[in-house]
Design a protein around this ligand. Structure first.
Ligand code: GLP
Length: 250
């Protein structure tokens, strides 16, 4: 996992946009895996500013994960978030997003359909990932097997409380979700993980220093040949370290 440290969140977003631009320019029908969460939203906004100069007409975008038990049309389903924050600003057609349906009645069939759809479109060229404070990637919570495929999962209390402030309409974060599995994510030809802010510093320190294990899902990415971790300075300075440094500098 190659580490890049940028001065601030805006530069992390710019670096991510550059990766997406390169992917599309070198392969106009590239398949881009798109994460939700707060971290990539600035990059999606910056990407939309380039829509006139970037031909995205043949690109496809693939969901990483989705809540279960919400109407697909709920503004809080990840499908709605991606349509609102990525597809619409980029002027893309609805069918350019490969989805998992949050309101499916048959989760197993939906996850198998999603895996088949991914295989049929030739796999993901560039997967964008964030990371949860407990090290989750997608919704692969600690304990997820590295050989896991797209499946139904239960969300941890930490993940549900971290995501609660992002809700627009729903009163609670669903207790279950679907997620690309860790093995599914690792099949992407390249991966960019972004993390910003001091709340992510402890997990980034663990991701860089702890041995790989199922307790730390992000550590699975170390086995990937083309994975870049782009962080801002706050995400690599633990609060205690930052305070100690400030004290020394006074
Ligand atoms: C969410 C999503 C992840 C996301 C992560 C971090 O639960 N399922 O795909 O990367 O948590 O979110 P944020 O960027 O808001 O910190």
């Amino acid at each position: 996992m190659q580490l890049s440290i940028k001065d601030h969140h805006g530069l992390v977003a710019e670096a991510l946009v550059a990766r997406v631009r390169d992917a599309i320019q070198s392969k106009p029908n590239a398949v881009i895996g798109v994460a939700t969460g707060r971290t990539p939203m600035e990059a999606y906004r910056l990407l939309a500013l380039e829509r006139e100069s970037l031909d995205l007409s043949r690109a496809r975008f693939v969901m990483l994960d989705e809540y279960l038990g919400l109407a697909s049309t709920s503004p809080d389903s990840f499908q709605s978030v991606l349509r609102r924050q990525v597809l619409k600003p980029l002027g893309l057609r609805d069918e350019q997003l490969i989805v998992m349906a949050s309101d499916t009645k048959d989760v197993l069939t939906e996850t198998l359909r999603f895996e088949r759809k991914l295989a049929k479109c030739g796999g993901v060229d560039l997967q964008i990932l964030g990371v949860g404070r407990n090290g989750h990637i997608g919704f692969n919570e600690p304990g997820s097997r590295f050989d896991s495929l797209t499946r139904r999962v239960s969300l941890t209390y930490m993940t549900r409380s971290d995501n609660a402030p992002t809700l627009i309409q729903e009163s609670t974060v669903p207790v279950e979700a679907m997620t690309q599995g860790i093995a599914t994510i690792l099949r992407a030809r390249s991966i960019v993980v972004i993390a910003t802010g001091e709340a992510k510093a402890p997990i980034i320190a663990r991701a860089l220093n702890e041995p790989a294990s199922a307790d730390l899902p992000i550590s699975a990415l170390r086995a990937h040949a083309a994975c870049e971790l782009i962080v801002d300075r706050d995400a690599v300075l633990e609060r205690g370290h930052a305070q100690r440094r400030e004290l020394r500098e006074e």
